[in-house]
Design a protein around this ligand. Structure first.
Ligand code: SPD
Length: 287
């Protein structure tokens, strides 16, 4: 089985999203089925419980969009929390900022980290050896609950789609807890699913964050291997979100080191909300 190229599909609501490749690893962790696939077009890729998570060729579309809008726009960014993010891509992007002093990466499934370190080294890259990164194998919801008030400058939620064991990461009570442990000017940055293939949960996330935080903004771009391709990231804060405004020297350095993100790309991406989402968010019935 391992050496035969075949189509590997994510099945989603009557559609399938597939890549041709060879299965390099198939195992069950305590939480999920883990597949590593050597794909023909996207390099090595990670699939969890039948859902594409990341690939060497397209991971920057996702990780750069999750991290840089938040970190390029916030003054104080010494303490960072990453919930999920077991492939290391989010940590790698955060560590590009010299001001980042400490990252707690809280991943529930140790096996995801192990297979990522073994098969997807390019994604986590030097982050795995950086002394600023502390890895905790723990439940993100419990971690947040036991954290003191006003502790983190930025929280990144780099989670899978809602499922039996990730559902709580999409609840109002969890977002409220995140707000509690953020510093006064802190930012919550979360992947917020697809306005097309995950429209209901997308709307739910945006409405919840809009209700719980003073400000929230959503950007849209694409992650080629995810269902429908179009994806979103939402940023929420109690203070003014300076997204797209600051232009520090360090930001210019980071732009040079990115494949996807730059300030022009970001400015456009924050204007890309599909009109049906605008209308649904504005509809009185759903308030
Ligand atoms: N449909 C897949 C959504 C997964 C989002 N997280 C991906 C993890 C990449 N670090």
């Amino acid at each position: 089985m391992k050496d035969i190229p075949t189509w590997i599909d994510e099945y989603h609501k009557g559609s399938r999203f597939g890549l041709n490749g060879k299965v390099l690893l198939k195992k069950n962790s305590k939480y999920q089925e883990i597949l590593i696939i050597e794909t023909d077009c996207y390099g090595k890729a990670l699939m969890l419980d039948g859902c594409w998570m990341t690939s060497l060729r397209d991971e920057k579309y996702y990780h750069e969009c999750l991290v840089h809008p938040a970190l390029s726009s916030i003054d104080k960014k010494s303490h960072i929390l990453i919930i999920g993010g077991g492939d290391g891509g989010t940590a790698r992007e955060c560590l590009k900022y010299s001001q980042v002093a400490k990252i707690d990466l809280v991943e529930i499934d140790e096996e995801v980290i192990n297979v990522s370190k073994t098969f997807l080294q390019e994604i986590g890259s030097e982050a795995w050896n950086d002394k600023r990164l502390s890895i905790h194998i723990d439940d993100g919801v419990k971690w947040v609950e036991k954290t003191n008030d006003n502790f983190y400058d930025v929280i990144f939620i780099d989670c899978s789609d809602p499922s039996e064991f990730s559902n709580l990461l999409f609840t109002d009570s969890f977002y409220r807890e995140c707000k509690r442990i953020l510093t006064k000017k802190g930012i919550l940055a979360t992947q917020s699913e697809s306005p097309e293939s995950f429209k209901d949960i997308h709307i739910h996330i945006l409405k919840s964050l809009n209700k719980i935080f003073k400000l929230s903004k959503t950007m849209y771009s694409f992650v080629p291997i995810y269902p429908s391709g179009i994806w979103s990231w939402t940023f929420a804060s109690e203070e003014e979100l300076n997204l797209s405004k600051l232009y520090y020297k360090e930001v210019m350095r980071i732009e040079k080191d990115c494949d996807v993100w730059n300030l022009n790309f970001q400015n456009a991406a924050f204007q890309m909300m599909p009109n049906k989402i605008v209308k649904e968010l504005n509809s009185k019935n759903d308030q």
